[in-house]
Design a protein around this ligand. Structure first.
Ligand SMILES: [Zn+2]
Length: 255
């Protein structure tokens, strides 16, 4: 039986003057450039990314109580339970580097986790801002299925953006180019479907609970232009020393 897990008590807001932390929840399907955007935001805003996968691995590596509980479950072929992940996130949010905000990566994955997150954020004087990268699946599929690789030297090509000089062969050694297994249309469609199944209920959850949500078209712009658009939405210029805006209270009412 896993040890009983207790959610650390959240830090209560000191006063109305306490700065509001911004919890950026970035959603985007494979091929939307979510990883790149996440890196841009980390650099630009100087806030950490909280990755539940990294946290789980770190606990296993240092072999503490939580790490041992995770290992036991994994050995028994069980998934890491929601409540354990929730505890890790709660613990991480109590660390000082999250003082101005943070980016969530890989969390929440389920509506149940979403509910816990909202509760945690409320208790930590933090506000969720969901950025949903929208992509035209046909564009993603065309982009990924256009990838070709040289089996000899590993050079990557793309029929749309970086075609080889002569059709179908490597510029460097003349080897016939191949399509990698992961880049096959069937594989990509399955990954997009699974993303859709996992994410749609979460998007609906954030919408129903009235959280800030921005949907951004990510398939027709360059990564830099997309980053600019996201920063505009997040009001990055006003980011440092961000104060709780007057007229916006925790119960969502406006004065
Ligand atoms: Zn080659």
């Amino acid at each position: 039986m896993p040890p009983e897990v207790v959610v650390p008590s959240a830090v209560a807001p000191d006063s109305d003057q306490a700065p509001v932390k911004c919890a950026i929840v970035l959603f985007g399907p494979p091929g939307s450039g979510k990883g790149t955007q996440s890196q841009f935001l980390i650099k630009r805003l100087g806030i950490p990314q909280i990755s539940t996968g990294d946290m789980l691995r770190e606990h296993i590596r240092c072999g503490d109580d939580i790490g041992q509980a995770i290992e036991q479950r994994m050995r028994a072929g069980l998934l890491v339970p929601d409540e354990l992940v929730n505890v890790l996130v709660a613990e991480r949010l109590s660390q000082p580097d999250t003082g101005r905000g943070f980016i969530l990566d890989g969390y929440p994955r389920t509506s149940a986790q979403g509910r816990v997150l909202i509760d945690l954020l409320d208790r930590n004087n933090a506000e969720a801002v969901v950025i949903h990268l929208l992509v035209d699946y046909n564009i993603i599929i065309a982009r990924i299925t256009g990838r070709r690789q040289c089996p000899k030297c590993g050079t990557l090509y793309n029929l749309l953006s970086r075609p080889p000089k002569a059709a179908g062969v490597c510029d460097l050694d003349g080897e016939e180019l191949i399509i990698r297994e992961d880049d096959r249309e069937q594989v990509i469609r399955e990954r997009l479907d699974s993303y859709e199944r996992q994410t749609s209920p979460l998007i609906a959850f954030f919408r129903e609970t009235g959280r800030k949500m921005y949907e951004v078209d990510a398939s027709r712009v360059t990564p830099v232009a997309l980053s600019e658009r996201i920063c505009e939405l997040l009001d990055c210029a006003a980011w440092s020393g961000k104060q709780k805006k007057p007229g916006h209270s925790q119960d969502g009412s406006r004065s």
